[in-house]
Design a protein around this ligand. Sequence first.
Ligand SMILES: Cc1cc2nc3c(=O)[nH]c(=O)nc-3n(C[C@H](O)[C@H](O)[C@H](O)COP(=O)(O)O)c2cc1C
Length: 221
Amino acid sequence: MQDEKPRLGVIIGSTRDSRFADKPAAWLMTHLQDDGHFNADLIDVRDFDLPFFNEMASNMHMPSQDARALAWQAKIADYDAYIFVTAEYNHALPASLKNALDQAYKEWNQKPFATLGYGGLGAARAIEELRGIGCALQMVPVSASLHVGGSEFLRVHPLGQNEPFEVLDGILKPSLGSMLDQLEWWTEATRSARQKTLGQPGKRTMAVAETLKAMAGETTA
Ligand SMILES: Cc1cc2nc3c(=O)[nH]c(=O)nc-3n(C[C@H](O)[C@H](O)[C@H](O)COP(=O)(O)O)c2cc1C
């Protein structure tokens, strides 16, 4: 029986000064508060001043050294699920978001995520990339996602009509409902499984890791 609400990190991935991202992120936070199922926090990659990845290895293999990477890892470790609010730059996710994903490994494992994308095509290409990256990080991407694209994107973007984001409520709320239903299901499933296994990888993976450690000991002896 899980009595606490699951913790959800809403991650803003674009970091440029004049970004649009704050507008969809604020809209999403309001709806998450109304929904009430999750304890949702806004997490801004910009606040962490992350360097470009400069560690000896992913923290799957060894602890990171840079204090900013460690602070980022400690922050995201605290959540059961994530929603990435993402732009699309040149048909890909922003480098700032990819870098933030690379700066952790264990903290993402065995957790689900959903996406809110905006752009000409609703950041569809960036979101598909995120799903592949999530697989590499042992995450669960949910199928439903929010895409703010085409004329709807122009209605709310400052370089278009710059209307309040709420004008899209009627269009976005059905997809938001499906997305949160799926995220809730996977959050409960993965949280409960993580609690049972204490977040450890499977026994076969652990056995291989032990063998590799023993072999490394032999070669350095
Ligand atoms: C370098 C750059 C590349 C862009 N490439 C794309 C693109 O491939 N697809 C798209 O839909 N919009 C593209 N855009 C337009 C963005 O959708 C728009 O600028 C959006 O506001 C970016 O998100 P942000 O303001 O949160 O950074 C690009 C914008 C920039 C600055």
